[in-house]
Design a protein around this ligand. Structure first.
Ligand SMILES: Nc1ncnc2c1ncn2[C@@H]1O[C@H](COP(=O)(O)OP(=O)(O)OP(=O)(O)O)[C@@H](O)[C@H]1O
Length: 260
């Protein structure tokens, strides 16, 4: 299969251990191009660790993955095709918002006129134009988040990894963020979206994966996850999430008890 036809993300047996802790365990999954993948899981489930492996920031202990058709072992091949919004966006307080975005565009080797156009349009979209020439140290949390989001998608990456993209955003900005994610997917980009805000996932995700204790314990489209296997009744995504993670929590407890 050529890189152009490959899934946006494919992992096989991806595993990360920190000493005794297995943060991600034998993760095998595929994400189709041009889709929004909602990556859910309780605190400590291994979501950030997975995203850090897929964005080449940390090396797996075992297993392999390809992102946009390129092996994550080959950092230089992968990074031009991805954007990442981590929990703490990498931005410099001493720069203005515009300078930060110009710097990010420079790192991506974007031609200056394309970069200027994209920066202007995203600043406008996120209602940040009037503050673009202020230093980031004077920004609110939400304004910093907007800069982080813009720099993650500025170069129109094939795959955008977004960790809690609506964090700190007011309702209008959160709406803009959701519209932006939908736009990216409409334009054949892939969004790997991790958030605890389940209605956002319910609205946007084509496919959802639930991680628990480092393992992928459920996967499917939102309707599938919401319908009860036994009765076929619909429930909210929150109910489904709580049930899935409770079942697996109980399973682990059961195994521990069995080992006693
Ligand atoms: N650098 C590290 N060193 C040691 N343990 C780590 C490290 N990073 C993560 N872990 C452990 O790996 C597990 C998974 O953590 P991770 O941050 O990936 O979870 P998460 O799903 O992103 O959680 P949250 O929703 O709270 O952000 C946790 O048990 C965590 O303590």
């Amino acid at each position: 299969m050529s890189a152009a036809d490959a899934p946006a993300i494919e992992t096989e047996g991806l595993t990360k251990r920190y000493g005794e802790t297995v943060a991600v365990s034998d993760l095998t999954m595929a994400v189709e191009r041009g889709t929004v993948y909602g990556f859910l899981g309780p605190n400590g489930a291994g979501k950030t660790t997975t995203m850090r492996m897929l964005t080449t920031l940390t090396k797996p202990t075992a297993g392999t993955a390809r992102v946009a058709g390129h092996s994550i072992a080959d950092r230089e091949s992968v990074t031009p095709h991805i954007g990442y919004l981590p929990e703490e966006p990498p931005i410099y307080d001493e720069l203005t918002g515009r300078e930060q975005l110009e710097y990010a565009a420079g790192l991506r080797d974007m031609p200056a006129d394309t970069a200027d156009e994209r920066i202007a349009s995203l600043l406008e979209r996120f209602d940040l134009r009037a503050d673009a020439n202020k230093r980031i140290e004077d920004y609110s949390k939400g304004m910093r988040q907007k800069v982080g989001v813009i720099q993650a998608v500025l170069h129109e990456p094939a795959v955008a990894f977004l960790d809690e993209p609506t964090s700190g955003l007011d309702p209008r900005a959160a709406r803009t963020m959701r519209d932006t994610i939908a736009d990216l997917a409409d334009r054949e980009m892939t969004v790997f979206l991790s958030t605890h805000i389940l209605p956002v996932v319910d609205e946007l995700a084509d496919e959802i994966g639930v991680l628990h204790g480092g393992e992928l314990v459920a996967e499917g489209d939102p309707e599938r996850l919401k319908s009860r296997a036994e009765t076929g009744d619909a429930r909210s995504l929150e109910d489904a999430f709580l049930e899935i993670t409770r079942e697996h929590g109980e399973g682990e407890l059961g195994q521990e008890r069995a080992a006693e």
